[in-house]
Design a protein around this ligand. Structure first.
Ligand code: VGL
Ligand code: ZN
Length: 240
């Protein structure tokens, strides 16, 4: 749906009638156009997060063709990899008597404990083999500090240590980021929220993500993102 004069008239009339809620959002269907100051961020599309990996996200591999189709629409692309040390503090196995998917308190706050996953240099931590991003310019690795997790591509879980991504994007004049990848409710959401906090305009392309959804974490993530002005769109909303 393009923003034709007819559609604009319809939207104005609908708004006047107070039925704006019945009208699809303005950025529906091809209405969002990435420009030279936009970047696609592809979060953690790694073997660890798809079937056969150590922390599979339901339907995780389904994001690959969606992201491959989005990539040619972006001049700027950044890829991230979850990149943990063996025995990382986010692994349940590093804490005696703790089970995966439970939570504990670490020095910097609450930490969900995960199965061992995405260990540096392993096949499990490699990018999905079908991901086709020949124009990607930066791969940022995160979670390499043995004692601190990092869902976000911008800032570690201590909420102090930065990865340098905000500085990189700003130095290159990027103002808007489109976040995709795995998992919607953890690394995608934290990346989107930190991008907002760093002053970027932020879209999350929902059908280019899949979630873990642990104890309502997905609904909570969308609520937190909406509250901070992160815009939720679908890949069909992104114009070439
Ligand atoms: C992630 C849990 C642990 C993610 C990474 O990429 O969303 N989730 N590590
Ligand atoms: Zn991790």
């Amino acid at each position: 749906m393009t923003n034709t004069p007819q559609r604009r008239r319809f939207l104005r009339a609908a708004a006047a009638l107070g039925i704006a809620g019945a009208v699809p959002p303005l950025w529906a269907a091809g209405a969002v156009k990435p420009d030279a100051k936009s970047a696609l961020i592809v979060v953690d599309v790694q073997n660890c997060f798809v079937d056969g990996g150590t922390l599979p996200v339901k339907g995780g591999a389904e994001v690959v063709p969606v992201i491959n189709a989005l990539a040619p629409k972006f001049r700027n692309i950044v890829v991230t990899q979850d990149w943990h040390t063996p025995g990382h503090a986010s692994f349940a196995s590093a804490h005696a008597g703790q089970k995966a998917f439970s939570s504990i308190k670490l020095s910097y706050g609450n930490q969900v404990l995960w199965p061992d996953h995405c260990v540096q240099g392993t096949d499990d931590a490699a990018l999905h083999k079908d991901l086709k991003l020949p124009t990607a310019q930066l791969i940022i690795r995160k979670g390499f500090n043995p004692g601190v997790d990092s869902y976000s591509a911008f800032q570690e879980a201590d909420r102090k240590t930065v990865t340098g991504l905000a500085g990189y994007l700003k130095a290159r004049g990027i103002r808007t980021v489109y976040v995709t990848g795995l998992a919607t409710d953890f690394c995608v959401a934290w990346t989107a929220l930190d991008a907002r906090a760093a002053g970027f305009d932020v879209y999350v392309i929902e059908d280019a993500t899949r979630a873990i959804d642990l104890d309502g974490s997905l609904a909570k993530a969308w609520k937190n993102m909406a509250a901070k002005g992160v815009k939720r769109i679908q890949s069909a909303d992104v114009a070439a």
